[in-house]
Design a protein around this ligand. Structure first.
Ligand code: SF4
Ligand code: SF4
Length: 338
């Protein structure tokens, strides 16, 4: 447990959390929507500080981050909890545990221990992932500072619902972020995830102006993501408001492991093909199909001459010359190789 960094004290012993766009206001002994921040005697306490639920060595491609240090290992950590409650969540056992069961499973770890293990296991980055790093922001920030000192990169895999204050705190240490842009419809975002669309769009625009690698992921959920022309709106938003160089990961949905959509349909090949085409028509240069084994659209191609630059199979790199430019036409790709 640790006192939270971003909050305001208000009337009486009320506090208002400033960490994410819910801006929860609560009285003594209450917790916010995420279930991991509690008002204790007028102080906001992070209940999950330094209490990890998982640590793993993953290929960076699993995050997914495709344009930073391709083929490297990323030391990946999470605590329980999340500020959203997505029906499609595939890590719901750990993301929702504090809300439904008021439980904080996990084990104690220090930021020093996390960085030591990452270095020992030949990882080149730390990923804050699996649940939502915003809700373990204080611990993530401590790790990020140490990681920077040791020459490791920092990667957030996020739902993008953090406050601008939170972003400003992490940006000096952040190298890459993958943000889910799940929908482009206020009502569907609210129904599926319990949040608003607009703050996520604002954060994406803000991030696109920073010196961090930004990648975007959209899970293609039949009957939700494909309604009301959303794929086109998402692709055009990325192309016009962010950059055509921003990688867009379009991923297959598996209902059987979801939180609340077990009776839904898996993403069809047809929907993946349609959305891929929509992305191309919007002018996006790097579109990646995810959760589809052996699809050639996992590869990176030169946007100028279509030469194969990085060949992937699942999370493995099969071919890659590590030059960051096309050997055929000399085009320099926006890859971060160091
Ligand atoms: S992190 Fe977000 S959901 Fe959690 S208490 Fe703060 S404002 Fe509420
Ligand atoms: S899908 Fe991500 S943002 Fe949504 S509840 Fe799960 S961990 Fe949280």
């Amino acid at each position: 447990m640790e006192e939270a960094k971003l909050y305001k004290k208000s009337a009486g012993s009320q506090v208002q959390c400033q960490l994410c766009n819910h801006f929860c206001q609560f009285s003594e002994n209450q917790t916010g929507i995420c279930g991991v921040r509690q008002n204790q005697n007028g102080k906001l306490i992070s209940l999950n500080y330094g209490r990890l639920i998982t640590e793993a060595v993953d290929p960076i491609e699993k995050k997914p981050i495709f344009h930073l240090l391709p083929g490297s290992l990323s030391y990946s950590i999470a605590t329980v909890g999340c500020n959203l409650r997505c029906d499609n969540c595939q890590n719901w056992q750990i993301s929702q545990a504090p809300k439904s069961e008021h439980q904080f499973p996990g084990y104690g770890a220090t930021s020093e221990e996390v960085i030591q293990r990452a270095v020992k296991l030949n990882c080149q980055s730390i990923s804050y992932t699996y649940t939502e790093p915003t809700i373990f922001f204080e611990f993530a920030l401590d790790c990020m500072r140490l990681a920077r000192q040791k020459g490791l990169k920092n990667i957030w895999v996020s739902n993008g619902y953090m406050s601008k204050q939170c972003l400003d705190e992490i940006l000096p240490y952040l190298n890459a972020i993958n943000v889910d842009l799940k929908f482009f419809d206020e009502k569907i975002y609210l129904k599926n995830c319990g949040c608003k669309l607009e703050p996520i769009l604002e954060n994406l625009k803000y991030l696109s102006k920073q010196k961090v690698l930004l990648e975007v992921t959209t899970l293609l959920i039949p009957g939700a993501t494909d309604l009301n022309g959303q794929p086109k709106k998402i692709a055009e938003f990325i192309a016009k408001e962010l950059s055509k160089d921003v990688p867009w990961h379009i991923s297959r949905f598996s209902p059987e492991i979801s939180f609340n959509m077990q009776n839904g349909d898996a993403t069809s090949d047809k929907l993946i093909d349609q959305v891929y085409r929509i992305g191309k028509e919007a002018g996006l240069k790097y579109i990646y199909v995810g959760n589809v084994w052996g699809d050639k659209r996992e590869n990176t191609y030169c946007p100028r001459c279509q030469e194969l630059i990085i060949e992937r199979r699942g999370y493995q790199i099969k071919r890659y010359d590590k030059q960051g430019r096309c050997l055929k036409c000399n085009f320099v790709l926006p890859l971060k190789l160091s």
